[in-house]
Write a protein that binds this ligand. Structure first.
Ligand code: FRU
Length: 453
């Protein structure tokens, strides 16, 4: 720890020489047929009509493989009642689980925790570990239980003690759970709420990862940047954007005990939110993925709501942005907010990427404009379910969209996939999916009285 003075923080900033996503990299962000997913149309049925469902993650084993328990696989997701205005869902988020035998049809299991149990006034994204018959449910405790006014304090928490029961009727996850805080920002490697300047700070979205015999948690955070730091060409407006990918290590491998380590990557002067960091390791290359928003890029940079990625030759290696800019997968220009919160997992030669179906039939330049729509339209245009899975080829430092699967179709690596649209070696662009003919391109003018606008 430092004494918190500017000089001490500057030393900490200099010492750690964190690999950086720079403004020069991000200036290269551009939609091409390599990184744009097709337009998403609403599925015949959502995952659960009673729920809005967004950030989603698998129940996994310590080695990262998806747990299969008596033939079931399980996903955990942030949820709220579906009658709620979608923009309000973060304020009441609760973690529920869903299970499936085929990775296509999902049954709602219910809340992971009883309503009165977990830490925080609501729970944000996490990770679910199944180890020696016990479920360890990592999550973000947002706010504090019982608070009078909604607070944005974020702590990384763990519920341990869950058990999985299966019978002819399906699968149940049951407590009792023991809840505790695992990590809070220290003010040196990771910005505290008090240190943050503008936009909401971040300290959330834990993701468990084993590298050989070492045990880690990745998470989303911000790097403290003292006023006197010589960054962003001295532009104070840019330095407020200080997202980073945080990491903590368990010295003994105990999944309940972690210590903060310096960040893996930062985006100082570039972007405020590197959300839901996670890794795929293939043939010695560490692919680090994050989701980020159009509106969290620093002034002077244009990005998209997108999956961004970086690659290095070791966990603490010198991460380079994939495809030069970091952009891996984004939404079409005429449906720029149709999906978010991507999660990539390994599948043979491909990575499969799930996300949630966000706002469709909406081509305004900013998500803030959703609030201009009548409430019925805000509800109608929110997907609130799993998006179609996107197939991605990873080739060294390059990636390419190769096809899609159905909404919420999450095959295991052992399951074969149909022919993709695109195979390595083909140099022709796959036409028709950057701007499909059916897409409602809109005229960019929002007529709030017109329900079809
Ligand atoms: C991404 C995200 C996560 C957070 C959650 C809150 O969609 O911002 O970082 O945990 O949503 O709902």
């Amino acid at each position: 720890m430092t004494d918190g003075s500017d000089a001490a923080l500057l030393d900490a900033v200099d010492d750690r020489s964190t690999p950086a996503w720079t403004r020069a990299h991000a200036a290269g962000i551009d939609r091409t047929e390599r990184n744009v997913a097709p337009i998403i149309y609403p599925p015949e049925a959502p995952l659960d009509p009673a729920l809005h469902v967004w950030d989603t993650w698998f129940l996994r084993r310590r080695d990262g493989s998806v747990a299969e328990i008596d033939g079931y696989r399980v996903i955990f997701a942030l949820t709220s009642p579906s009658e709620l205005l979608p923009g309000k869902r973060h304020d009441v988020a609760a973690i529920r689980y869903f299970y499936s035998r085929d990775g296509k049809n999902w049954t709602t299991g219910g809340r992971v925790f009883e309503e009165s149990e977990p830490l925080g006034s609501r729970q944000w994204a996490g990770f679910a570990l199944y180890d020696e018959g016990e479920v360890f449910a990592y999550y973000t405790a947002a706010g504090r239980r019982g608070e009078a006014e909604l607070a944005y304090t974020q702590r990384i928490a763990l519920g341990r003690g869950g058990a999985v029961e299966t019978d002819g009727d399906g699968l149940r996850i049951e407590g009792p759970w023991d809840h505790f805080v695992l990590l809070e920002p220290d003010g040196e490697y990771y910005e505290t709420e008090a240190q943050s300047r503008g936009m909401i700070y971040t300290f959330r979205d834990p993701w468990f990862f084993e590298d050989g015999d070492r045990t880690y948690l990745l998470f989303e955070a911000n790097a403290p940047v003292p006023d006197s730091a010589d960054v962003c060409g001295g532009d104070p407006a840019q330095r407020e954007f200080n997202g980073c990918v945080g990491i903590a290590e368990s010295p003994t491998g105990d999944p309940t005990d972690f210590e903060l380590r310096p960040p893996l990557l930062d985006a100082v002067c570039v972007n405020q939110e590197l959300e839901r960091p996670h890794l795929i390791v293939r043939d010695g290359t560490y692919y680090l993925f994050v989701s980020s928003h159009d509106h969290t890029f620093a002034p002077g940079l244009d990005g998209y709501d997108a999956l961004y990625g970086f690659a290095a030759d070791s966990l603490r290696g010198d991460y380079e942005p994939l495809n030069g800019s970091g952009l891996v997968l984004t939404n079409p220009w005429n449906a720029p907010f149709q999906a978010y919160s991507w999660l990539a997992y390994d599948h043979g030669d491909e990575a499969l990427v799930t996300a949630f179906f966000n706002y469709f039939d909406f081509d305004r330049p900013t998500l803030d404009d959703v609030a201009l729509l009548p409430e019925s339209e805000q509800l109608r245009r929110f997907g609130g379910t799993l998006a179609p899975t996107v197939r991605l080829r990873l080739d060294g430092r390059e990636t390419r969209v190769a096809g899609t699967l159905d909404h919420g179709h999450l095959p295991l690596p052992s399951e074969e996939l149909p022919e993709p649209w695109w195979e390595p070696g083909e140099d022709v662009a796959v036409s028709g999916y950057l701007t499909p003919p059916e897409a409602d391109a809109g005229d960019g003018v929002l007529d709030v009285d017109d329900p079809d606008c």
